[in-house]
Design a protein around this ligand. Structure first.
Ligand SMILES: [Cu+2]
Length: 465
């Protein structure tokens, strides 16, 4: 039987090994020293490790029975997708910062070194801890000046999905990307085969620039999953019949209704902890309000390439779709080229919409408004969008399995016009005056529901109840 002590010492070895020699990296953008779990379950860990797509977990070492982590607040260059590098702030070379993982009952010690040009602090969002460890600079501790290291230490008593972020100059530091997950696994193992964590964030980055503008309050133009936009977001690779958890965190300025295709899920947790089973109901969209986390769980029983995205359609578009003149239905001819001579970079909405405006001339270091080719053509998405790839008999989660191969006869297809049935007229709902509770029709108005009340050729109204 494996004792708690064995587990802890194995974890220490694992943490040490990761520090000394990084494991196989799933993302070339990962700085050395960060682990990205590629298979589950791994080693003797008493939980399924969390996968942070396009990111990683923070290694730790053991000091006695204390799990010791080291966060470094610093400038970060983050590629949002090929073609756009952002000058952000983050932790240990990443935005969002590396995911911290602990187990209910663990004592954690977290060093925070400040390599930013201004003071900072770390607040442990949602974690129940002693007041002086809560990280609100000025109120509960001094600000951590550039070059200084502070230490936090507490016992994590409650399992769940929590976050960390600064409580010094919050507006600037969070707008530049300073945030991360702090996940506490329950002491009693719950079955979950794939456990993902995705931080929702929005940015104001003027086309052609690289530094997010922290003064913007509402008018964001880049919307990210773990500080990446489609097609730069890693797919979520899942085996058929895996039980999947996706943890969503939101430290942006807007709520994000995150939607799954092909499945129903239940919301199983918030940053307040786990939701009891009797309080859950099926959903296909989870609204993630500002300053919260939501855990969703589902059985991946429907193979395919299933979109997973924010349902605010502006949030699945990139910068170049915003603030452009609306000329749908207007013949523009060569007007655009003429205006561009006076206003370099001018671009208007296409006269038939924007679907064919995937990639036109644009400033440097900016992404097309929507991008990414699929097996059937352009996907016309950007921003908060990724694909859950569910496959039968998958043996290696670390490889992108490519596009789904649909069984024959299961894909929508074009048909011969001669095979199209006639278009049936719509049975319009009866007007309100025709309801049983209404009074007599006004003088001169034919009673609805009678032949005189319908235009010729209109179908009869549906029966009254
Ligand atoms: Cu959104």
């Amino acid at each position: 039987m494996i004792s708690r002590r064995d587990i802890l010492s194995s974890a220490a070895l694992l943490g040490g090994a990761v520090l000394a020699a990084p494991v196989k990296r799933a993302d070339a953008a990962l700085p050395p020293g960060l682990s990205q779990p590629t298979a589950t379950p791994r080693g003797p860990l008493p939980y399924t490790p969390v996968i942070t797509p396009n990111g990683g977990s923070l290694p730790w070492i053991m000091d006695g029975n204390v799990k010791v982590f080291h966060l470094v607040a610093e400038e970060v260059k983050r590629e949002f997708a090929p073609g756009m590098i952002v000058n952000a702030w983050g932790y240990n070379g990443l935005t969002p910062g590396p995911t911290i993982e602990a187990v209910e009952g663990d004592r954690v010690r977290i060093f925070l070194t400040n390599r930013l040009p201004e003071r900072t602090s770390a607040h442990w969002h949602g974690i129940i801890l002693p007041n002086g460890m809560d990280g609100v600079a000025g109120l509960l501790q001094p600000h951590i000046e550039p070059g200084e290291t502070y230490v936090y230490e507490f016992v994590v008593r409650k399992p769940g999905t929590f976050m960390y972020h600064p409580h010094s100059d919050e507006m600037v530091q969070m707008a530049l990307g300073m945030m991360g997950f702090f996940i506490v696994h329950p002491r009693v193992h719950e079955r979950v085969d794939r456990d993902f964590a995705i931080m929702l964030m929005e940015w104001a980055i003027a086309p052609g620039t690289a530094r997010p503008n922290p003064a913007v309050m509402t008018d964001f133009n880049i919307f990210t999953f773990n500080s990446r936009v489609w097609p730069g977001t890693a797919p979520l690779v899942v085996k058929k019949n895996d039980r999947v958890r996706i943890r969503l965190g939101n430290l942006s300025m807007d709520n994000h209704p995150i939607h799954i295709h092909g499945h129903n899920f239940e919301i199983t947790g918030t940053d307040g902890g786990r939701i009891r089973e009797s309080a859950r109901w099926p959903e296909t969209t989870v609204d993630v309000p500002v300053g919260t986390t939501r855990d969703i769980e589902f059985l991946a029983d429907n193979p395919g390439d299933w979109p997973f995205h924010c349902h605010k359609s502006h949030h699945t578009m990139n910068a170049m779709s915003h603030e452009i003149p609306n000329l749908i239905g207007v013949k523009q001819g060569s007007v655009e080229q003429k205006v561009r001579k006076i206003l370099p970079g001018y671009m208007a909405m296409g006269e038939n919409g924007m679907g064919n405006m995937m990639d036109m001339g644009r400033p440097k270091n900016t992404l097309p408004m929507m991008a990414g080719d699929g097996p059937f053509g352009p996907i016309e998405m950007g921003g908060m969008f990724t694909v859950i790839k569910i496959r039968e008999g998958l043996t290696d989660y670390s490889q992108d399995p490519g596009w789904y191969k649909h069984p024959e006869g299961t894909v929508a297809h074009k048909v011969d016009p001669s095979k199209v049935p006639p278009i049936a007229p719509i049975a319009m709902a009866a007007p309100a005056s025709a309801t049983a509770t209404s009074s007599a029709p006004a003088a001169g108005t034919p009673a609805a529901g009678t032949p005189a009340g319908r235009a010729s050729g209109e179908p009869p109204p549906p029966p009254r109840r």
